[in-house]
Write a protein that binds this ligand. Sequence first.
Ligand code: NDP
Ligand code: 7N6
Length: 308
Amino acid sequence: PELRRLCVHESIGNAIPREGFVSAFDNFPIPIELVSDDETYDEGDAVASFEPRPEFLDAGWVHVIRAGYDAFDTNAYETARTPLTNSTGIHGTTVGEIAVGYMLSLARMLHIYRDRQNDDDWYEPEYSRPFTVEDERLCVIGLGTLGQGISERANALGMDVVGVRRSGKSIPGVSEVYHPDDLHDAIADARFVAVAVPHTPSTEGMISTAEFEAMGDDAYLVNVARGPIVDEDALIDALDSGTIAGAGLDVFETEPLPEESPLWDFEEVIISPHRGSATNRYHLDIAELVAENVHRYQDGESLKNRVV
Ligand code: NDP
Ligand code: 7N6
């Protein structure tokens, strides 16, 4: 059946401006409605949402405006035979820049200088502390859109980039691809380890005490994927004991990161509020993807980024 309307669930406001998103669709073939939790759906409805709701299963097709769809119950979508799509493919530049930003800052101490600036402090660090990222090894875990965005940029900075993924498939700029079984070999000589995998049963807790011990004590963790992939208590212990040197973190086990989290207090930890993908054009990238899929749906073509 044809789609008769696109329902934009209000939860998209978690990531992008609601009205801005709705008005980003030019010459759109069907009406677009902003909907709240009292809406009901049938198979003539397409839904774009940030959060899951059980009633979306009645729609003709559901689009998760995020790349990570771990909050959605994919089994329920399979059972209901409701197609589910996500927003992978659009975050290579935005998240790639944030990841490289953490690495440059951690290497050259921009975060420390900025902290000291708050006290009008002309702070001169220990001579041995700053280093260039050039010629340092980066291990990127997950070589999809995020991993590629990070790898390309790191490669342009002269870093030695290796990666980890199950398929073993290489991408430009990555000199060696390790299997997840060989994770410890992959991270052992890396100055930076960047996490860019989806949150799944096999990635949950994949970075924990043993991995921090496998990393060097001068190594930094970057997590731009999902909080639960990194065991946060183990990370706090590793930072406390000097097992690793620091971290750049966009994602956390609990978000917003609770006030009482020790992570806030480490000088060598940079925290961003899960805004690694946030720019003033984010809503346009998502709208373009949704619009393409509406056209595909109406033309009977297969949907882009289909996950169920
Ligand atoms: P992709 O699907 O493009 O890439 C995922 C990559 O992870 C693939 O290379 C895949 O390769 C690899 N992978 C999957 N499972 C494993 C595993 N068990 N071990 C090792 N590698 C694995 O996803 P994106 O790059 O678009 O996004 C990745 C995740 O990042 C999202 O799921 C989301 O959670 C998060 N994200 C966070 C954002 C933020 O705002 N901070 C923004 C966008 C995404 P292979 O199949 O070969 O293993
Ligand atoms: C929006 C973050 C994703 O998975 O988590 C990100 O795409 C979205 C602020």
